[in-house]
Design a protein around this ligand. Sequence first.
Ligand code: GDP
Length: 358
Amino acid sequence: MSDSSDAGDPGTDTLRTPIVAVLGHVDHGKTSLLDKVRGSAVIEGEAGAITQHIGATAVPLDVISDIAGSLVDPTDFDLPGLLFIDTPGHHSFTTLRSRGGALADIAILVVDVNDGFQPQTIEALDILKRTQTPFVVAANKVDTLPGWNPVEDAPIQQSMETQSDRVQQQLNQELYEIVGELSDHGFSADMYWQVRNFQQNVGVVPVSAMTGEGVPDLLTVMMGLAQRYMKEEMQVDVGGPGVGTVLEVKEEKGFGTTVDIVLYDGTIRADDVIVVGGENNPIVTEVRALLQPRPLAEIRTESRFEQVDEVMAAAGIKVAAPDLDEAMSGAPIRVVRDRPVEEVEREVRSELAEIAVE
Ligand code: GDP
């Protein structure tokens, strides 16, 4: 932390929200799990606590703490929460990069507890290994085990205790099959409550995206993983020029072509000059508007978006600016601020070259 007394001072380090990706085989429940996390966060969060983002969902620490109950002591954490990328899957994970690495800091690998490892599970593991992304396994759909007695939104061990011996045995068998598969692919793994060192062992969290069982545990484990092992990487200069990755290029009525981005460092302001990776050359342009989704209650005939003056990492935001037609998803976006524009263009060009090599 900087000892500067001026919080807005350029050069002030702050811990940003870790960015979370969800991977796994088709139909194993990636989308449902994201929906469940979002739903639980909306129920637990006080009005306004859930910041609306573009392309991402922010779950602040106090909301995680409400969802997790006795599993989380919020004073153990100083990271501000978790930012989930809304588009799950490998394609999004591999095309969304930051400075040569993955945009996501940590990941959830979803495995259907009945279906076990499938081709895209193995593909995801290879990607996580290659990008050295820390992850946990969500052993999903525990509610589909024959005889399962659901305990809505409960911590998983509490729910497991209420199951019959037969169901418990069946679950343990399925879980240890997943642990075995992980081991076959070079990952030492165990049930998350047995894991002491999450850097050496992958934690397996039994969950149900349907009933919410295990979701408190999953959020707790992700938060712990980030806090223990990612803290240094989460130090960002919030006053510095923003750096992000383009999620999507979209036509927006009244704004022309816009880019939805995830900002992972610094700040972007509504009057910044930016450089965005383009199909041919880096695009140098000036921000016309920074747009966030308008809270649902306020939507009538007005625009779906509201304009904001500035946004700090980590955040999902829509950027409206002229000349974005050739912008590409996966490309870098950088704020110029006080530097020579050529220098920033060079940075964007070299990042683009790196992506093209892959
Ligand atoms: P994705 O392709 O990995 O995003 O999978 P989806 O989230 O679309 O889920 C595929 C199907 O499995 C859908 O019909 C979901 O309703 C169902 N599903 C997902 N998670 C669960 C779960 O925990 N329990 C049950 N019973 N069904 C689930």
